[in-house]
Design a protein. Structure first.
Length: 467
């Protein structure tokens, strides 16, 4: 059963129960008021009957009639004067002296009413009718008796039953209308939940861009906002996962491509050296190619191992003097052919870093800058101090990098100029390793480049404290 139907049933059941109880109480209160009003009227009529009987009995007694005959005669006289009156006169022994009552009312009922209704009234049901009995004692000379007045109030009960029947019918109509209106209302109110359900089903089916777009200012609206926020997080996570899978696939494809070409050539030259008798010049050329490609594959494997190590171990950061880092890089760059590298004076500057990793990062950046520059082109290694940050930079005046390439240059095996990079024994892993080292230092590389005018790579680091 749908929630709208459940809510409709609950609301109609509660409303119907309250309506029925309230309606029955209201009809009962009206009936009680009518009954009390009828009792007051009947008591007044009974009093008039008693006074008439006593007056007639007093007159007849003055005419020297006997006691019980006086009451009988007085009853006849009052019955003639009040043809609609229904009453009974009884003596002290509960014998009827005069009686004009409905046929359904027997003597025992009259006696019971006479005993119970003194100074009040009693109700008794006789067959299909309901009667009100009002009784009081009267005196006729030396004789005492009891006057019992009988009033048919069946119509009063019939009116109450008719009112209840009308109320039940009205209640049934109103509850049906309430059920229809409540169902429509709950369907409209719960419509956003249908959107939530549909959006959840779409997201489960892989449509992560689905949103509910419910803007109500209630709990459902807040639930919709939380759901959309969750869906956005899921979409972002899936995009990140897909991007990671794509990068991994690209990495595997690039790695396979990188090793396939040299391995094929190396196998060919090795087979040539093994199976054929070739000249000394060709033999030296083949051996040189095999050696060159073997060294490149060795460098490639070392770079991959370094990347994997950084991905699992991270770096241990401590305050190190920047001048010591520059000194290590300067010594490492001494063997670079055609290098013109200058270092800023970093005495007194300390940074929070892993010294060997930071030196390796700067060395890789310098190597890239030297390869991108003309022979003897200037390469500057310096820094800028800003509050608690020391931004290292490597600047060259080389070929530069196109703007559309800047976003991918730190991807493994990505090379802007592949032919030149391979000719310079490049693997496409240098900047990827640098970016991983930067991440281990809780920062990232920043690139500024213009084609034909050079490139600047910055690395913001936290400033260290001197011992």
């Amino acid at each position: 059963m749908k929630i709208a139907q459940k809510l409709t049933l609950c609301l109609v059941a509660v409303t119907g129960a309250l309506f029925l109880v309230g309606g029955y109480w209201m009809v009962s209160q009206n009936f009680e008021a009518s009954l009390e009003q009828a009792a007051a009227q009947n008591a007044a009529q009974h009093t008039a009957q008693r006074l008439s009987v006593e007056d007639a009995a007093l007159r007849l007694a003055m005419q020297q009639a006997s006691g019980e005959s006086v009451l009988h005669a007085a009853g006849l006289e009052v019955a003639a004067a009040m043809p609609q009156a229904q009453f009974s006169l009884m003596n002290e022994g509960w014998a009827n002296l005069y009686s004009r009552v409905p046929q359904q009312v027997d003597k025992n009922m009259l006696i019971d009413a006479a005993r119970s209704a003194q100074d009040g009234y009693v109700l008794r049901k006789a067959q299909e009718n309901t009667y009100m009995f009002v009784a009081s004692t009267l005196t006729a000379g030396s004789t005492q008796g009891t006057l019992v007045s009988v009033f048919d109030i069946t119509e009063l009960y019939a009116q109450r039953t008719a009112q209840l029947h009308r109320f039940w019918r009205l209640c049934a109509v109103l509850l049906c209308a309430a059920a229809v209106l409540t169902l429509c209302f709950t369907t409209i109110v719960l419509r956003p939940l249908k959107r939530l359900s549909a959006a959840a089903a779409s997201i489960a089916a892989g449509q992560y861009g689905q949103r509910t777009q419910v803007h109500t200012q209630d709990e459902v609206g807040r639930l919709s906002q939380d759901f959309d926020a969750m869906a956005a997080s899921v979409e972002q996570a899936m995009e990140s996962l897909e991007d990671e899978v794509r990068r991994r696939d690209d990495f595997v494809a690039a790695f396979t491509h990188e090793i396939k070409t040299p391995m094929t050539a190396m196998l060919g030259y090795a087979d040539l050296l093994r199976s054929r008798d070739i000249g000394q010049s060709a033999r030296e050329k083949a051996a040189d190619y095999v050696y060159h490609e073997t060294k490149r594959l060795e460098a490639l494997s070392l770079k991959l191992l370094e990347l994997m190590r950084l991905g699992h171990e991270g770096a241990g950061l401590e305050s190190v003097p920047l001048s010591a880092v520059f000194s290590d890089v300067r010594h490492a760059c001494a063997g670079l052919e055609g290098a013109n590298v200058t270092f800023a004076d970093a005495r007194g500057v300390w940074v929070l870093a892993d010294k060997p990793l930071l030196a390796d990062l700067l060395y890789n950046l310098v190597v890239n800058a030297v390869r991108a520059s003309r022979p003897g082109g200037p390469v500057q290694v310096g820094f800028e101090v800003q509050n608690d940050t020391v931004a290292l930079f490597v600047r060259d005046e080389g070929r530069g990098i196109p703007q559309n390439e800047l976003g991918r240059i730190t991807e493994p095996f990505y090379m802007v100029d592949k032919s030149r990079a391979r000719a310079q024994n490049g693997s496409g892993l240098g900047l990827a390793l640098c970016q991983r080292i930067a991440a281990a230092h809780q920062t990232a590389l920043e690139f500024e480049s213009e084609v034909g005018r050079g490139t600047t790579v910055r690395l913001p680091l936290q400033r260290g404290a001197a011992p």
